[in-house]
Design a protein around this ligand. Structure first.
Ligand SMILES: NC(=O)c1ccc[n+]([C@@H]2O[C@H](COP(=O)([O-])OP(=O)(O)OC[C@H]3O[C@@H](n4cnc5c(N)ncnc54)[C@H](OP(=O)(O)O)[C@@H]3O)[C@@H](O)[C@H]2O)c1
Length: 265
């Protein structure tokens, strides 16, 4: 992993949840890490923990991924090192009817979920292609596989991540750069649990642990353009995208989300 995707990996959104788990598993494989997040104390503490546990170098960068100066700051902080892997993990996510949310929230979703990964892929991808090796993982979501009421702009941004990654998988594979979209289902992370979802009963697959999602993503890089981690999620995806008519799939997702978030209607 270090030879193909090292010596440094950059993880955008790395202080908790799936991003922190990417950091742990990549540290275990011997990669040095650049960790981006906004909460300085959490990021500093986590960086120290990774250094002492794995003996790797860790460079924390406190940065809002929605900021205008994102690319300039990242170039300044990382210009001296070779980044062989990019994991774009962070997402801005809002739950509620599209027209009842402030417009700024939807624009923040575009900035964090679409603009920032595009900027980082462009900057780091050029260097990876020139070196003839590299890896890029974009976190997408099962909500991006069809229309998803109550999370409309988030779901649309996750479709953007999926299609961007799959397109680049084909464009870059002959240059030795592997690209993967990971379309996760509900996963036990602080961000997910903070939304206080109700149990929608048989409509949903069981929650996955971050470690299992990240392991599947890392194992699949270079082998597939996109994955849905977890067997139950794959069964649900097969039903929704292959067996059900599109309208029924959209209505089923809406029913599930309304059952999970009755207070957000
Ligand atoms: N959890 C799920 O059930 C689930 C399901 C499907 C897909 N996914 C996808 O998996 C990815 C990770 O999800 P997650 O549940 O772990 O939570 P998340 O809220 O997407 O990511 C949390 C991490 O991102 C950082 N972050 C968030 N916004 C940021 C910003 N504007 N600038 C810099 N850092 C930012 C957070 O640190 P700071 O707060 O310190 O900045 C934290 O380290 C997302 O792309 C999500 O769409 C998750």
């Amino acid at each position: 992993m270090r030879k193909q995707y090292g010596p440094w990996a950059l993880i955008a959104g790395a202080s908790d949840g799936l991003g922190a788990e990417f950091a742990r598993q990549l540290a275990h494989k011997g990669l040095n890490l650049i960790l981006i997040a906004r909460r300085v104390e959490l990021l500093t503490k986590f960086s120290k923990e990774l250094r002492s546990r794995h003996g790797i170098q860790v460079r924390p960068i406190v940065q809002d991924l929605a900021a205008d100066d994102l690319l300039a700051n990242i170039k300044k902080e990382t210009g001296d090192i070779e980044i062989g892997m990019l994991v774009y993990n962070a997402a801005h996510s809002i739950i509620g009817a599209f027209l009842d949310q402030p417009l700024e929230n939807h624009l923040a979703t575009i900035n964090v979920n679409c603009r920032a990964p595009l900027l980082l892929i462009y900057e780091l991808g050029l260097k990876m292609r020139a070196r003839g090796r590299g890896g890029i993982i974009l976190m997408s979501s099962m909500s991006g596989l069809q229309g998803s009421a109550l999370v409309a702009s988030y779901a649309a941004s996750k479709a953007f991540n999926l299609i961007l990654a799959e397109s680049l998988w084909e464009e870059l594979r002959s240059s030795g750069v592997d690209v993967l979209a990971c379309c996760a289902g509900a996963t036990r992370t602080p961000a997910y649990l903070a939304t206080n979802p109700e149990n929608p009963g048989i409509l949903s697959a069981p929650l996955m642990d971050p470690a299992a999602v990240v392991k599947e993503a890392l194992d699949s890089l270079g082998k597939a353009p996109s994955i849905v981690p977890g067997r139950a999620n794959r069964v649900a995806t097969f039903l929704m995208t292959r067996l059900m008519p599109r309208q029924l799939a959209i209505k089923t997702i809406a029913k599930t989300l309304k059952a999970m978030y009755p207070g957000h209607l």
